[in-house]
Design a protein around this ligand. Structure first.
Ligand code: AKB
Length: 318
């Protein structure tokens, strides 16, 4: 039987685009999309789909073994803002979901796996600018805590059981094809939709909350490249810093105003602003660049231009 690729959490913001990229690269039938929902969203309906709750270890094992899923992308997680509302579920899904996938890799069913970490691993005591790969972490959110623990758990499985696990620390991801799913950085997607629909956006972060961000094509490129790299190039089995650009809501609003001059923004920071304030402003990603050749393609301006161009085709403006 030929081996297949499994994407867990495929209906999410990154998953739905990653499945499309993987299907273009490897063929539609080779890539199985899976999520907790009983049927796939339209964007995933052009290829195989399985309903999987990653906490159901027996069902997960059944699918991985039956379809010989030797490459697995495990993206199912509760993000920073949502996990703060239900910390116990955040811990359970993020940690035990990861353990279930790692165990299948340890048993030899999965040959190579990807799991995303996040800038949420860092906290208020971390150096904010050009945050080094290795530094003080001390996250304040349950999501960040699960990502730090998860990174060490991945490294442990690599050292002890030779699991080929690869990971990047994602900044906020901006894309037009799919909705973000409960993160602190979601404002950077919502702002575009509201700019086109209403010409105005009420922002839940403060004007000066500067965060690392990345355009979706770079986010999918990073996964594809780290997974394609020869094993000996992956010198880090925790997770790699990768960066795109570093922006505040005010900078993003200005960049949108270049195209929509009448656009207005009002700042109404809520609990998510405190999370944003605890995260880095920018990252030092030289290790990813040196080890496996990471290099982003999109600047803030290029991203804004492309987002607006594509969203205008989708959003009916009244
Ligand atoms: C979030 O805001 O929780 C995520 C992330 C930075 O990992 N987008």
């Amino acid at each position: 039987m030929k081996s297949t690729i499994l994407v867990i959490g495929a209906a999410g913001q990154i998953g739905s685009e990653l499945v499309q990229a993987l299907r273009s690269a490897h063929g539609r039938d080779k890539v199985i999309a899976s999520d907790i929902h009983s049927s796939p969203p339209e964007v995933l309906a052009d290829g195989p789909y399985e309903q999987i709750n990653v906490l159901d270890k027996a069902k997960l094992a059944e699918i991985v073994i039956a379809h010989k899923c030797e490459e697995v992308y495990h993206l199912a997680a509760l993000l920073s803002a949502t996990a703060e509302k239900n910390p116990a579920l955040g811990w359970d899904l993020n940690m035990n979901g990861l353990s279930n996938v790692l165990d299948l890799a340890r048993e030899g069913h999965i040959k190579r796996m990807f799991w995303p970490s996040s800038i949420a691993v860092f906290g208020p005591n971390t150096p904010k600018d050009r945050t080094p790969q290795r530094t003080i972490m001390e996250p304040t959110t349950v999501y960040g805590i699960t990502k730090v623990a998860g990174e060490s758990w991945c490294e442990y499985y690599h050292k002890r059981y030779k699991v080929d696990i690869r990971s990047v620390r994602y900044p906020g991801i901006i894309g037009y094809k799919s909705a973000p799913g409960g993160g602190t950085t979601d404002y950077a997607v919502h702002i575009f939709h509201e700019a086109l629909k209403q010409g105005h956006y009420d922002c839940f972060l403060s004007e000066s909350a500067r965060l690392p961000m990345m355009y979706m094509p770079d986010a999918t490129k990073a996964v594809m490249e780290i997974m394609a790299a020869p094993e000996e190039k992956i010198g880090l089995r925790t997770s790699y810093n990768i960066s795109g650009f570093s922006i505040t809501p005010a900078m993003l609003a200005d960049a949108i105003r270049v195209h929509i001059p009448e656009f207005t923004i009002r700042y109404e920071p809520d609990y998510r602003d405190a999370i944003a304030q605890s995260w880095p402003s920018s990252l030092d990603d030289h290790m990813a660049r040196e080890h496996w050749g990471w290099k982003p393609d999109y600047s803030l301006q290029a991203m804004v231009e492309d987002m607006l161009l594509n969203l205008k085709k989708k959003v009916p403006v009244e």
